[in-house]
Write a protein that binds this ligand. Structure first.
Ligand code: GTP
Ligand code: MG
Length: 303
């Protein structure tokens, strides 16, 4: 599935200060949102290689967004930048003063992809949503921008997300992006659904170990909160990082109230698993046994 030997090529583009380096540092390098103001401007392209789920390797191209660099990407470096791309992530700064230029650069990127990587998946992040004060206005701005982008993309495979480094929306977007690259998705989901039945659980969620992005989930009961996965990713990742800061390792946790029990534990070598059950007769010890029995099967699937 990779475009070259170094893994799936993921281009991160958008104007300068739109937040590209901030988001990649939070998701893949354990940065805290409050520390991102320290990041300097990205000069030209910064390459990083991320191992994900053991065997999946992402080659992230964080393309500095200053005009002088953008001009080069579209001219002298065009083929070098745009060939063999699996995913383009285009970040739009909602505070941008020059929306027309942003749209022009995005259109140019699509043109280049059409020639050099016509199968690339395209994700647009409408970013810094936190600067808009009301939810109503955030929805309005997002819908409007999404419609404009879909018109430009026409028949291309485009997904839009509203994001901010200050809340869990970043996890939602990046889980979807990475999900697009995970092999064996259907088999992993099927296995998780069987495990959910076996554990008599309401829901089971599988997280990637280092990033805590959601890989897959299965459920037997509907839940009203559609944002619950990214909230858990965000909260547990923060907790795991604070454990590491105090020189201890996060291993597992159980949270309980009168309605449910949720059990989170390391699962395969590259994942964590969370089992949520509202059946008061299910003992955590039984869940632990079921997970132990399933571990090897999932280890093979995820490899
Ligand atoms: P170039 O490297 O020049 O292309 O910029 P960049 O896109 O990498 O921007 P960078 O990540 O360096 O972020 C620029 C500034 O935006 C930093 O001060 C971040 O703290 C801030 N920032 C990033 N994401 C958000 C966000 O979601 N909300 C707000 N309010 N600020 C953000
Ligand atoms: Mg940068």
């Amino acid at each position: 599935m990779s475009g070259d030997d170094s893994g799936s090529k993921v281009l991160l583009m958008g104007k300068s200060e739109s937040g590209k380096t901030s988001m990649r540092s939070i998701i893949f390098a354990n940065y805290l949102a409050r520390d991102t103001w320290r990041l300097g401007v990205t000069m030209d392209v910064e390459h990083s290689h991320v191992r994900f789920l053991g065997n999946l390797s992402l080659s992230l191209w964080d393309c500095g967004g200053q005009d002088r660099f953008m001009e080069n990407y579209f001219r002298s470096q065009r083929e070098h930048i745009f060939k063999n791309v699996q995913v383009l992530i285009y970040v739009f700064d909602i505070e941008s003063k020059d929306k027309k230029k942003d749209m022009d650069y995005f259109t140019e990127s699509l043109e280049a992809l059409r020639v050099f990587s016509p199968k690339a998946k395209i994700f647009c992040l409408i970013h810094k949503m936190d600067v808009i004060l009301t939810e109503e206005e955030r929805n309005r701005v997002f819908e409007q921008r999404q419609n404009e982008l879909k018109r430009i993309c026409m028949h291309l495979d485009l997904q839009c997300f509203r994001t901010s480094i200050w809340d869990e929306t970043l996890y939602k977007a990046w889980s979807s992006i990475v999900h697009a690259l995970v092999p064996n998705k259907a088999l992993i989901h099927k296995g998780l659904q069987s495990l959910c039945d076996l554990c008599d659980a309401d829901e089971i969620v599988l997280f990637e170990k280092a990033t805590f992005l959601v890989i897959s989930h299965a459920h037997r009961k509907e839940h009203m909160d559609v944002h619950r996965f990214e909230k858990i990713s965000n909260i547990i990742k923060q907790f795991k990082l604070s454990c590491e800061n105090s020189r201890s390792q996060f291993s597992s946790m159980e949270a309980k109230n009168e309605n449910f029990v949720s059990y989170l534990d390391a699962f395969t070598t590259t994942t964590y698993i969370m089992v949520i059950s509202s059946n008061p007769n299910i003992q955590t010890a039984a869940t632990v046994m079921n997970l132990k029995g399933a571990r090897e099967h999932f280890e093979d699937l995820i490899k």
